[in-house]
Design a protein around this ligand. Sequence first.
Ligand code: SF4
Length: 455
Amino acid sequence: MEIGKVIDFQSLTEKVGRFNLSNKTCLIPEMNRIGTHLLAAVFRGFGINAKIMDTYKGLDLGRKYTSGKECYPCQVTMGDILYYMQEEAKRLGDNFDPEDYIYFMPEADGPCRFGMYNKYQRIVLDSFPDLSRLKIGSLSSEDGYSLAGIIEDGRVRDLRKASYFSVVIGDVLDRLLWRIRPYEKEPGLTDDFIESSMHLMEETLERLGPAKNFNKILDKLEEIIEEGKRIIDPRVLPKPLIGIVGEIYLRTHVHANQDVIRVLEGYGAEVVNASIAEWVNYTSYDCLRSAKAGFGFALRQFRLGPMKKYLKDIISFGGDLFYQEFRQKKVYRRVSPLIDLAEDHSVGHLEEILMEEDLLDFDVGTEACLSIPGIMEYAREGYNGVVNVYPFTCMPSTITSAVVGPLMNELGVPYLDTPYDSSSQPGREAAIRTFMYQANQHFKRNGRKGGTEKS
Ligand code: SF4
């Protein structure tokens, strides 16, 4: 195959976009395992035939059809879709029709390459005679990942609410895993328990999500947490607490990050990773921010048409953000009396931190806006170390590293950059071991978040 021999630019607009999913199989790439499975369950509840593709099995294909200049998540997801299609073609033989599927690949506007993944992948798919008929369903951060058009209009808002709820539940299950596993009574108990809890939650969300029966779903979550607590061995002393920030795909995809959380746990850490809901809230916040700026500009010029449009956007994005933060708080309010799990800060609060310290402007955009204040909060709250997990050459994470590295030095909080691509870096384990030694020293000197006693 010769990639891009003839680029069909029409294909980039006609076969990438928001498509109605009825009578199609919606293929979702697995990023964080729990969150994507729960999201697919909600989609199924709304009558969409959603499937999570096996991930990482097609990495060789991903490598073959990329040049090496793309970000690593683009390579992994490229491999996932090519592998899935290859296996489907084998399984279905003559009945295989790529038009039966929509490949789900969100994008983000802004200064980095994420907005280009689906265009690049379109070009690769078009270079296969059959796969040129496989459409890419793309949601964009530009409109706060609106789901308009993918199902009938009357149910779009409910789908969005239930989807967001599933993202928060996924975050809680992830945090439960990281909270319990370092203290488990027997190795492997937590992984098995969380896997079965995820399936239980999938079934619950698929059944109760469409009716937005959130309280009943939370009842089930409470039962899971109570059961999970029994896995904790009370004799195991508290461990150094490590916070993770970074690029969303790499920090949540355990194959791509070579299971960095488990490696840290192996050296004696308890870990908290930044959440997925934080990114969703950020996109709504950023859209609201842009709409407010646009309105101010139009007002100064007294242009009524744009003023009306921006006002509509302010109401719409403001409503989304309010709803999301309200729903997220409600979930954590049910969870926190049962177990001490880390909660997210509001995006507005994170912007305040950036402004207070004059570290970066939200106008720059990207995940650096979350990672930099996220690290500052970890440091202020008494975490014993912070790890920045990202794809090799990732632009926002490199900015983050440049800004916070010297600050962490000043604050005396251990900090580690861990860029990943598909190779294994020989010094990585030694770096993590050294970092954990420093984190342990910090823990012995200062104790840890929540006033837990020093070891
Ligand atoms: S966030 Fe980083 S890895 Fe993702 S597209 Fe942007 S530069 Fe690439």
